[in-house]
Design a binder for this molecule. Structure first.
Ligand code: NAD
Length: 256
C-alpha cells in the first residue's frame, strides 16, 4: 500500500516509534529512523522487511539538528511523505519540585520538535498534494495526571498543533492526526513501573497491575504493533478525510 513512499519516524530506536516504523515498512514504505541508543538492531529489523532504511541521530530538542535530519531524509529518499512525530520523554514530580531543566527538555522534545519537523515537511507534501502527519500525543493530551505537568502540557499542545495543522491543509491531500495511547509497556513506562515497585515494595508484575488498575479498565497494555496498525490506517485511502482527530487507544481510560 505504501510502496514508493518514505516515512520518517522520530524517536524510533525503541518502543512505539519502532513499532510504527515496522508497521509502515510492512506496507512497503522506506523508513528514516531517528533516536538515541542502538540504531543498528532497528535498522536490520526494518531492512529485513524488504524496504530501504536510513538513520539520522538528530537530537529532537535542537531545531538545527531537526533541520539537518529533514534535509538528510530529502537528500536520501527525495522527500518525506509520512512524518510521525513520536520522540518523547517523561519526568514525574510535583510542580514545585519540577526541575526547570526537565520542563524545558520535555516541552522541546515532546512539543516543539513536532512543530519544527512539521514546518519543514509541509512544503514538499503540499507540492506533491499528498502527505500524512501523525503526532503521537498521549491520553495525557486529553486528560491530566498528577506529577506530570510538563508532559501533560506538552501533549495537550500536540493535540492543539494537530488540529491547526489539519485545518491549514484541509483542502489538500495532506492530513494530520494524533494518536493518544494509554499505557504501553515501553522503556518509558517500565521506568514508572520500576519506581512504583521500589516505592511500594512490589514485584515487577504486581507493580504493572497497580499501574493498570489506576487508569485502564481493560487491565491490559496497548502494544506498539496495535498503534502501528492505526498509523497504517491513517495512511490508507480510507484515511483521506480523517483530519485533526485525537484518537485514543487507551483500554477505556477516558471512557470513565
Ligand atoms: P521510548 O523511551 O521507548 O522511546 C522514545 C524514543 O525517543 C527513543 O527512540 C529515544 O531514543 C527517543 N528520544 C528521546 N529523546 C530524544 C531526543 N532528544 N532526540 C531524539 N530522540 C529522542 O518511549 P515510548 O513509550 O515508545 O514513547 C514514544 C512516544 O509515545 C512518546 O512521545 C511518548 O510520550 C508517547 N506515549 C507513550 C506512552 C506509553 O505508555 N509508553 C503512552 C502515551 C504516549
Amino acid at each position: 500500500m505504501l510502496q514508493g513512499k518514505t516515512a520518517l519516524v522520530t524517536g524510533s530506536t525503541s518502543g512505539i516509534g519502532l513499532g510504527i516504523a515496522k508497521a509502515l515498512a510492512k506496507q512497503g514504505a522506506n523508513i528514516v529512523l531517528n533516536g538515541f541508543g542502538d540504531a543498528e538492531g532497528p535498522k536490520a529489523e526494518i531492512a529485513a522487511l524488504g524496504v530501504q532504511v536510513a538513520y539520522h541521530g538528530a537530537d529532537m530538542s535542537k531545531a538545527g539538528e531537526i533541520e539537518a535530519m529533514m534535509k538528510f531524509a530529502a537528500d536520501t529518499f527525495g522527500r518525506v511523505d509520512i512524518l510521525v512525530n513520536n520522540a518523547g520523554i517523561q519526568h514525574v514530580a510535583k510542580i514545585e519540585d519540577f526541575p526547570v531543566e526537565r520542563w524545558d527538555a520535555i516541552i522541546a522534545i515532546n512539543l516543539s520538535s513536532a512543530f519544527h519537523a512539521t514546518r519543514l515537511a509541509l512544503p514538499a507534501m503540499k507540492a506533491a498534494n499528498w502527505g500524512r502527519i501523525i503526532n503521537i500525543a498521549s491520553i495525557h493530551g486529553l486528560v491530566g495526571s498528577a506529577e506530570k505537568s510538563a508532559y501533560v502540557a506538552a501533549k495537550h499542545g500536540v493535540v492543539g498543533l494537530t488540529k491547526v495543522t489539519a485545518l491549514e491543509n484541509a483542502t489538500t491531500g495532506v492530513t494530520c492526526n494524533a494518536i493518544c495511547p494509554g499505557w504501553v509497556l515501553t522503556p518509558l513506562v517500565q521506568k514508572q513501573v520500576d519506581a512504583k515497585a521500589a516505592a511500594m515494595g512490589l514485584s515487577n508484575e504486581e507493580a504493572k497491575k497497580v499501574l493498570l488498575q489506576e487508569k485502564e479498565p481493560s487491565m491490559q497494555f496497548t502494544t506498539p504493533e496495535e498503534l502501528g496498525e492505526l498509523a497504517v490506517f491513517f495512511c490508507s485511502a480510507a484515511g483521506n478525510n480523517v483530519r485533526g482527530v485525537a484518537w485514543n487507544m487507551d483500554g477505556g481510560w477516558t471512557a470513565q
